[in-house]
Design a protein around this ligand. Structure first.
Ligand code: NAD
Ligand code: WQD
Length: 349
Protein backbone atom coordinates (compact mmCIF):
# COMPACT_ATOMS: atom_id res chain seq x y z
CA UNK A 1 0.00 0.00 0.00
CA UNK A 2 1.29 3.48 -0.90
CA UNK A 3 2.11 5.23 2.33
CA UNK A 4 4.62 8.03 1.79
CA UNK A 5 4.00 11.05 3.99
CA UNK A 6 5.50 14.54 3.83
CA UNK A 7 6.17 15.96 7.27
CA UNK A 8 6.83 19.69 7.12
CA UNK A 9 8.85 20.96 10.07
CA UNK A 10 10.08 17.38 10.51
CA UNK A 11 13.30 18.46 12.23
CA UNK A 12 11.37 20.36 14.89
CA UNK A 13 10.17 19.19 18.27
CA UNK A 14 6.75 17.69 17.56
CA UNK A 15 7.60 16.84 13.93
CA UNK A 16 10.60 14.68 14.88
CA UNK A 17 8.64 12.72 17.51
CA UNK A 18 5.78 12.25 15.06
CA UNK A 19 8.19 10.90 12.43
CA UNK A 20 9.27 8.24 14.93
CA UNK A 21 5.65 7.21 15.50
CA UNK A 22 4.81 7.24 11.76
CA UNK A 23 7.85 5.07 10.94
CA UNK A 24 6.92 2.69 13.75
CA UNK A 25 3.49 2.29 12.16
CA UNK A 26 4.88 1.48 8.71
CA UNK A 27 4.73 4.87 7.02
CA UNK A 28 7.51 6.10 4.77
CA UNK A 29 8.45 9.69 5.61
CA UNK A 30 10.19 12.64 4.00
CA UNK A 31 10.72 15.94 5.80
CA UNK A 32 10.80 19.54 4.57
CA UNK A 33 12.33 21.93 7.08
CA UNK A 34 14.38 25.11 6.58
CA UNK A 35 16.03 24.59 10.00
CA UNK A 36 14.99 28.06 11.18
CA UNK A 37 14.35 26.55 14.63
CA UNK A 38 15.99 23.14 14.42
CA UNK A 39 18.99 21.09 13.45
CA UNK A 40 19.35 18.10 11.13
CA UNK A 41 21.20 16.18 13.87
CA UNK A 42 17.74 15.14 15.04
CA UNK A 43 17.67 12.81 12.01
CA UNK A 44 20.53 10.83 13.59
CA UNK A 45 18.43 10.38 16.72
CA UNK A 46 15.45 9.24 14.65
CA UNK A 47 17.70 6.75 12.82
CA UNK A 48 19.06 5.35 16.10
CA UNK A 49 15.53 4.85 17.43
CA UNK A 50 13.90 3.44 14.29
CA UNK A 51 16.78 2.09 12.17
CA UNK A 52 15.52 4.28 9.32
CA UNK A 53 17.14 7.32 7.76
CA UNK A 54 14.73 10.11 6.89
CA UNK A 55 15.72 12.67 4.25
CA UNK A 56 15.13 16.34 5.06
CA UNK A 57 14.70 18.79 2.19
CA UNK A 58 16.07 22.06 3.47
CA UNK A 59 13.63 24.42 1.82
CA UNK A 60 11.68 27.44 2.93
CA UNK A 61 8.04 26.53 2.34
CA UNK A 62 7.34 30.21 1.73
CA UNK A 63 9.26 29.68 -1.52
CA UNK A 64 6.52 28.43 -3.85
CA UNK A 65 8.87 27.32 -6.65
CA UNK A 66 11.00 25.24 -4.25
CA UNK A 67 7.86 23.75 -2.70
CA UNK A 68 6.51 22.86 -6.16
CA UNK A 69 9.80 21.14 -7.04
CA UNK A 70 9.57 19.07 -3.87
CA UNK A 71 6.05 17.90 -4.71
CA UNK A 72 6.99 17.20 -8.34
CA UNK A 73 9.86 14.98 -7.12
CA UNK A 74 7.46 13.00 -4.89
CA UNK A 75 4.31 12.27 -6.92
CA UNK A 76 3.46 9.32 -4.66
CA UNK A 77 2.60 11.17 -1.44
CA UNK A 78 -0.53 9.93 0.35
CA UNK A 79 -0.53 12.53 3.08
CA UNK A 80 0.95 15.66 4.58
CA UNK A 81 1.44 16.54 8.22
CA UNK A 82 2.03 20.28 8.29
CA UNK A 83 4.00 21.36 11.37
CA UNK A 84 6.23 24.06 9.87
CA UNK A 85 5.57 27.38 11.59
CA UNK A 86 7.08 29.92 13.93
CA UNK A 87 5.63 29.39 17.40
CA UNK A 88 6.85 31.94 19.93
CA UNK A 89 3.88 33.87 21.27
CA UNK A 90 5.88 36.83 22.61
CA UNK A 91 7.98 37.10 19.46
CA UNK A 92 4.80 37.16 17.38
CA UNK A 93 3.57 40.19 19.33
CA UNK A 94 6.83 42.00 18.55
CA UNK A 95 7.10 40.81 14.92
CA UNK A 96 3.59 40.21 13.61
CA UNK A 97 4.48 40.58 9.93
CA UNK A 98 7.16 37.90 10.17
CA UNK A 99 4.64 35.53 11.80
CA UNK A 100 1.83 36.19 9.35
CA UNK A 101 4.23 35.92 6.43
CA UNK A 102 5.90 32.71 7.54
CA UNK A 103 2.95 30.81 8.98
CA UNK A 104 0.40 31.79 6.36
CA UNK A 105 2.54 31.82 3.19
CA UNK A 106 4.02 28.40 4.01
CA UNK A 107 0.53 27.01 4.66
CA UNK A 108 -0.87 28.48 1.43
CA UNK A 109 2.01 27.08 -0.62
CA UNK A 110 1.75 23.61 0.88
CA UNK A 111 -2.04 23.56 0.39
CA UNK A 112 -1.68 24.78 -3.21
CA UNK A 113 0.84 22.02 -4.00
CA UNK A 114 -1.17 19.37 -2.14
CA UNK A 115 -4.23 20.15 -4.25
CA UNK A 116 -2.36 20.44 -7.55
CA UNK A 117 -0.67 17.11 -6.91
CA UNK A 118 -3.82 15.52 -5.51
CA UNK A 119 -2.31 14.50 -2.18
CA UNK A 120 -5.51 13.34 -0.53
CA UNK A 121 -4.87 13.70 3.22
CA UNK A 122 -3.78 16.72 5.24
CA UNK A 123 -3.17 17.11 8.98
CA UNK A 124 -2.69 20.62 10.37
CA UNK A 125 -0.96 21.63 13.65
CA UNK A 126 -3.45 23.87 15.33
CA UNK A 127 -3.36 24.98 18.92
CA UNK A 128 -5.46 25.47 22.02
CA UNK A 129 -4.54 29.12 21.58
CA UNK A 130 -7.40 29.38 19.03
CA UNK A 131 -9.82 29.30 22.00
CA UNK A 132 -8.32 32.45 23.56
CA UNK A 133 -9.66 33.06 27.06
CA UNK A 134 -12.20 30.23 26.94
CA UNK A 135 -15.40 30.85 28.82
CA UNK A 136 -16.05 27.17 29.65
CA UNK A 137 -13.82 24.37 30.92
CA UNK A 138 -12.86 21.85 29.79
CA UNK A 139 -12.94 23.14 26.21
CA UNK A 140 -14.57 20.97 23.58
CA UNK A 141 -14.11 21.36 19.84
CA UNK A 142 -17.30 23.42 19.75
CA UNK A 143 -16.34 25.85 22.52
CA UNK A 144 -16.59 29.29 20.87
CA UNK A 145 -13.35 31.03 20.01
CA UNK A 146 -12.54 34.22 21.85
CA UNK A 147 -10.29 36.94 20.52
CA UNK A 148 -6.82 35.59 19.71
CA UNK A 149 -4.35 36.71 22.38
CA UNK A 150 -1.42 37.11 19.94
CA UNK A 151 -0.60 37.24 16.23
CA UNK A 152 0.72 33.68 16.60
CA UNK A 153 -2.67 32.49 17.86
CA UNK A 154 -4.33 34.43 15.05
CA UNK A 155 -2.21 32.55 12.46
CA UNK A 156 -3.70 29.34 13.87
CA UNK A 157 -7.26 30.68 13.74
CA UNK A 158 -6.66 31.89 10.17
CA UNK A 159 -4.95 28.63 9.22
CA UNK A 160 -7.98 26.66 10.36
CA UNK A 161 -10.32 28.98 8.45
CA UNK A 162 -8.25 28.73 5.27
CA UNK A 163 -8.33 24.93 5.45
CA UNK A 164 -12.08 24.87 6.07
CA UNK A 165 -12.67 27.10 3.04
CA UNK A 166 -10.40 24.95 0.86
CA UNK A 167 -11.97 21.70 2.04
CA UNK A 168 -15.43 23.03 1.17
CA UNK A 169 -14.52 23.54 -2.49
CA UNK A 170 -12.43 20.34 -2.69
CA UNK A 171 -14.71 17.62 -1.35
CA UNK A 172 -12.22 14.86 -2.22
CA UNK A 173 -9.55 16.45 -0.07
CA UNK A 174 -9.54 15.17 3.53
CA UNK A 175 -8.36 17.49 6.29
CA UNK A 176 -7.90 17.14 10.04
CA UNK A 177 -7.15 20.04 12.36
CA UNK A 178 -5.45 18.92 15.57
CA UNK A 179 -5.59 21.43 18.42
CA UNK A 180 -2.65 20.66 20.68
CA UNK A 181 -2.68 21.76 24.30
CA UNK A 182 0.74 22.05 26.01
CA UNK A 183 3.15 19.53 24.45
CA UNK A 184 6.09 18.54 26.66
CA UNK A 185 8.48 15.68 27.45
CA UNK A 186 10.74 13.69 25.14
CA UNK A 187 11.16 10.27 23.58
CA UNK A 188 11.96 7.61 26.23
CA UNK A 189 15.36 6.93 24.64
CA UNK A 190 16.53 10.52 25.28
CA UNK A 191 17.88 10.45 21.71
CA UNK A 192 15.46 13.17 20.60
CA UNK A 193 13.67 15.91 22.51
CA UNK A 194 13.00 19.62 22.37
CA UNK A 195 16.11 21.34 20.99
CA UNK A 196 15.06 24.75 19.69
CA UNK A 197 17.53 27.20 18.18
CA UNK A 198 15.55 29.97 19.88
CA UNK A 199 15.73 30.20 23.68
CA UNK A 200 13.11 28.03 25.39
CA UNK A 201 10.27 29.83 27.11
CA UNK A 202 7.83 27.01 27.83
CA UNK A 203 7.47 25.79 31.40
CA UNK A 204 8.96 22.29 31.13
CA UNK A 205 12.24 23.21 29.36
CA UNK A 206 12.57 26.19 31.71
CA UNK A 207 12.30 23.77 34.66
CA UNK A 208 14.89 21.31 33.28
CA UNK A 209 17.28 24.10 32.22
CA UNK A 210 17.08 25.58 35.73
CA UNK A 211 17.64 22.22 37.41
CA UNK A 212 20.72 21.52 35.30
CA UNK A 213 22.17 24.96 35.97
CA UNK A 214 21.72 26.69 32.59
CA UNK A 215 19.51 29.21 34.38
CA UNK A 216 20.22 30.33 37.94
CA UNK A 217 16.58 30.39 39.01
CA UNK A 218 13.14 30.17 37.45
CA UNK A 219 10.15 32.39 38.06
CA UNK A 220 6.61 31.14 38.61
CA UNK A 221 4.48 33.70 36.86
CA UNK A 222 1.92 34.50 39.55
CA UNK A 223 0.48 32.65 42.55
CA UNK A 224 -2.55 34.89 43.01
CA UNK A 225 -4.83 33.40 40.33
CA UNK A 226 -8.24 32.03 41.31
CA UNK A 227 -7.03 28.38 41.11
CA UNK A 228 -6.50 25.68 43.75
CA UNK A 229 -2.92 26.84 44.56
CA UNK A 230 -2.93 30.28 42.93
CA UNK A 231 -0.82 29.31 39.88
CA UNK A 232 -2.09 28.89 36.31
CA UNK A 233 -3.53 25.61 35.08
CA UNK A 234 -2.67 23.93 31.77
CA UNK A 235 -3.11 20.58 30.04
CA UNK A 236 0.39 19.13 29.52
CA UNK A 237 0.39 16.43 26.86
CA UNK A 238 3.37 14.09 26.40
CA UNK A 239 4.90 14.63 22.97
CA UNK A 240 4.84 10.89 22.16
CA UNK A 241 1.11 10.72 22.91
CA UNK A 242 0.63 13.79 20.74
CA UNK A 243 2.78 12.21 17.99
CA UNK A 244 0.53 9.15 17.98
CA UNK A 245 -2.55 11.33 17.47
CA UNK A 246 -1.13 12.26 14.04
CA UNK A 247 -0.64 8.62 13.06
CA UNK A 248 -4.16 7.80 14.24
CA UNK A 249 -5.57 10.80 12.35
CA UNK A 250 -3.88 9.74 9.11
CA UNK A 251 -5.05 6.14 9.50
CA UNK A 252 -8.58 7.38 10.17
CA UNK A 253 -8.57 9.38 6.94
CA UNK A 254 -6.91 6.65 4.89
CA UNK A 255 -9.49 4.12 6.07
CA UNK A 256 -12.28 6.54 5.10
CA UNK A 257 -13.75 6.60 8.61
CA UNK A 258 -14.14 10.40 8.69
CA UNK A 259 -17.60 11.88 8.91
CA UNK A 260 -16.78 15.05 6.96
CA UNK A 261 -13.79 16.20 4.92
CA UNK A 262 -12.61 18.73 7.51
CA UNK A 263 -12.70 17.61 11.13
CA UNK A 264 -11.20 19.09 14.27
CA UNK A 265 -9.90 17.32 17.38
CA UNK A 266 -8.56 18.47 20.73
CA UNK A 267 -5.39 16.69 21.74
CA UNK A 268 -4.77 17.02 25.47
CA UNK A 269 -4.93 14.75 28.52
CA UNK A 270 -8.16 16.26 29.80
CA UNK A 271 -6.72 17.29 33.15
CA UNK A 272 -5.42 20.57 34.40
CA UNK A 273 -2.06 20.71 36.17
CA UNK A 274 -0.94 23.89 37.94
CA UNK A 275 2.55 25.37 37.58
CA UNK A 276 3.33 24.51 41.21
CA UNK A 277 2.03 20.95 40.73
CA UNK A 278 4.25 20.60 37.65
CA UNK A 279 7.26 21.72 39.71
CA UNK A 280 6.39 19.22 42.45
CA UNK A 281 6.08 16.44 39.87
CA UNK A 282 9.55 17.33 38.58
CA UNK A 283 11.00 17.29 42.10
CA UNK A 284 9.33 13.96 42.86
CA UNK A 285 10.56 12.06 39.80
CA UNK A 286 14.09 13.50 39.79
CA UNK A 287 14.70 13.89 43.53
CA UNK A 288 16.09 17.36 42.76
CA UNK A 289 15.03 20.55 44.48
CA UNK A 290 14.17 23.25 41.97
CA UNK A 291 15.37 26.81 42.58
CA UNK A 292 12.32 28.96 41.87
CA UNK A 293 10.69 32.10 43.13
CA UNK A 294 7.21 33.50 42.76
CA UNK A 295 7.11 36.48 40.42
CA UNK A 296 4.44 38.68 38.89
CA UNK A 297 1.85 37.42 36.40
CA UNK A 298 2.98 37.14 32.76
CA UNK A 299 0.88 39.41 30.53
CA UNK A 300 -1.43 37.47 28.22
CA UNK A 301 -1.55 34.26 30.32
CA UNK A 302 -4.98 32.67 30.62
CA UNK A 303 -5.89 31.50 34.13
CA UNK A 304 -6.77 27.92 33.23
CA UNK A 305 -7.32 25.82 30.13
CA UNK A 306 -7.61 22.08 29.61
CA UNK A 307 -9.17 19.83 27.01
CA UNK A 308 -12.06 17.54 26.63
CA UNK A 309 -10.64 14.89 24.27
CA UNK A 310 -13.70 12.61 24.07
CA UNK A 311 -14.04 13.20 20.34
CA UNK A 312 -10.50 11.98 19.59
CA UNK A 313 -11.07 8.96 21.84
CA UNK A 314 -14.39 8.10 20.19
CA UNK A 315 -13.49 8.65 16.53
CA UNK A 316 -9.71 8.27 16.29
CA UNK A 317 -9.39 5.66 19.04
CA UNK A 318 -6.69 7.87 20.55
CA UNK A 319 -6.01 8.15 24.27
CA UNK A 320 -3.09 9.68 26.15
CA UNK A 321 -1.04 7.06 28.01
CA UNK A 322 1.37 9.29 29.89
CA UNK A 323 1.02 11.84 32.69
CA UNK A 324 2.90 14.83 34.07
CA UNK A 325 5.41 12.59 35.86
CA UNK A 326 6.25 10.80 32.58
CA UNK A 327 6.68 14.23 31.01
CA UNK A 328 9.11 15.36 33.71
CA UNK A 329 11.06 12.08 33.76
CA UNK A 330 11.61 12.04 29.98
CA UNK A 331 12.24 15.79 29.73
CA UNK A 332 14.88 15.50 32.45
CA UNK A 333 16.61 12.50 30.82
CA UNK A 334 16.71 14.46 27.56
CA UNK A 335 18.13 17.56 29.30
CA UNK A 336 20.86 15.48 30.94
CA UNK A 337 21.67 13.71 27.65
CA UNK A 338 21.85 16.84 25.52
CA UNK A 339 23.76 18.87 28.09
CA UNK A 340 26.26 16.01 28.41
CA UNK A 341 26.60 15.88 24.61
CA UNK A 342 27.13 19.66 24.46
CA UNK A 343 29.89 19.39 27.08
CA UNK A 344 31.64 16.58 25.19
CA UNK A 345 31.44 18.67 21.97
CA UNK A 346 33.27 21.44 23.80
CA UNK A 347 35.90 19.12 25.28
CA UNK A 348 36.69 17.69 21.82
CA UNK A 349 37.62 21.12 20.47
P1 NAD B 1 9.41 23.72 16.24
O1 NAD B 1 9.86 25.11 16.07
O2 NAD B 1 10.25 22.79 17.03
O3 NAD B 1 9.16 23.03 14.80
C1 NAD B 1 8.72 23.77 13.68
C2 NAD B 1 9.69 23.48 12.55
O4 NAD B 1 9.25 24.15 11.36
C3 NAD B 1 11.11 23.95 12.85
O5 NAD B 1 12.01 22.86 12.71
C4 NAD B 1 11.36 25.05 11.82
O6 NAD B 1 12.71 25.06 11.41
C5 NAD B 1 10.40 24.69 10.72
N1 NAD B 1 9.92 25.82 9.91
C6 NAD B 1 9.38 26.99 10.34
N2 NAD B 1 9.05 27.77 9.30
C7 NAD B 1 9.40 27.10 8.18
C8 NAD B 1 9.33 27.38 6.80
N3 NAD B 1 8.86 28.54 6.36
N4 NAD B 1 9.77 26.45 5.92
C9 NAD B 1 10.28 25.27 6.34
N5 NAD B 1 10.38 24.94 7.65
C10 NAD B 1 9.95 25.84 8.55
O7 NAD B 1 7.92 23.76 16.81
P2 NAD B 1 7.02 22.58 17.39
O8 NAD B 1 6.87 22.80 18.84
O9 NAD B 1 7.50 21.27 16.89
O10 NAD B 1 5.64 22.97 16.72
C11 NAD B 1 5.18 22.32 15.55
C12 NAD B 1 3.82 22.88 15.17
O11 NAD B 1 2.91 22.70 16.25
C13 NAD B 1 3.82 24.38 14.87
O12 NAD B 1 2.90 24.62 13.84
C14 NAD B 1 3.32 24.99 16.17
O13 NAD B 1 2.70 26.24 15.96
C15 NAD B 1 2.32 23.94 16.59
N6 NAD B 1 2.04 23.93 18.03
C16 NAD B 1 3.10 23.86 18.91
C17 NAD B 1 2.84 23.86 20.28
C18 NAD B 1 3.98 23.84 21.27
O14 NAD B 1 3.79 24.29 22.40
N7 NAD B 1 5.15 23.31 20.94
C19 NAD B 1 1.52 23.92 20.74
C20 NAD B 1 0.48 23.98 19.81
C21 NAD B 1 0.76 23.99 18.45
C1 WQD C 1 2.71 27.29 30.88
C2 WQD C 1 2.46 27.84 32.27
C3 WQD C 1 3.07 30.15 32.55
C4 WQD C 1 7.38 29.65 32.05
C5 WQD C 1 2.06 28.28 25.01
C6 WQD C 1 1.35 29.01 23.90
C7 WQD C 1 0.23 28.16 23.35
C8 WQD C 1 0.74 26.79 22.96
C9 WQD C 1 1.44 26.13 24.10
C10 WQD C 1 1.53 26.88 20.70
C11 WQD C 1 1.87 29.24 32.26
C12 WQD C 1 3.92 29.26 33.41
C13 WQD C 1 6.02 29.38 32.14
C14 WQD C 1 8.07 30.15 33.19
C15 WQD C 1 6.03 30.02 34.45
N1 WQD C 1 1.72 26.89 21.94
N2 WQD C 1 5.36 29.56 33.33
N3 WQD C 1 7.37 30.30 34.36
O1 WQD C 1 1.70 29.92 27.62
O2 WQD C 1 0.36 27.87 28.33
O3 WQD C 1 1.13 28.07 26.04
O4 WQD C 1 2.50 27.00 24.55
O5 WQD C 1 0.51 26.81 20.08
O6 WQD C 1 -0.27 28.83 22.25
O7 WQD C 1 0.82 30.22 24.42
O8 WQD C 1 2.80 27.63 27.78
O9 WQD C 1 4.82 26.66 28.74
O10 WQD C 1 4.78 29.14 28.25
O11 WQD C 1 3.42 28.27 30.12
O12 WQD C 1 5.43 30.17 35.51
O13 WQD C 1 9.27 30.45 33.15
O14 WQD C 1 3.74 27.95 32.93
O15 WQD C 1 2.72 31.32 33.21
O16 WQD C 1 0.98 29.31 33.33
P1 WQD C 1 1.44 28.49 27.53
P2 WQD C 1 4.04 27.92 28.68
Amino acid sequence: MANKVLVTGGCGYIGSHTIVDLLKHGFEVISADNLSNSDERVLDGIEKITGKRVVNYRIDLCDLAATQRLFAAHPDLVGIVHFAALKLVGESVAQPLRYYRNNLNSLLNVVDCALRHEVPHFIFSSSCSVYGNAQELPVTETTPWQRAESPYARTKQMGEQILRDMARVHPNWQVILLRYFNPAGAHESALIGEAPTNPASNLVPVITETAIGKRPQMVVFGDDYPTRDGSCIRDYIHVMDLANAHTKALQYLMEGRNESNCEVFNVGIGQGVSVLEAIRAFEKVTGKKLNYRIGPRRPGDVVAIYANYDKAARLLGWRPKRNIEDIMRTAWRWEVARTGAAHSDVSKR
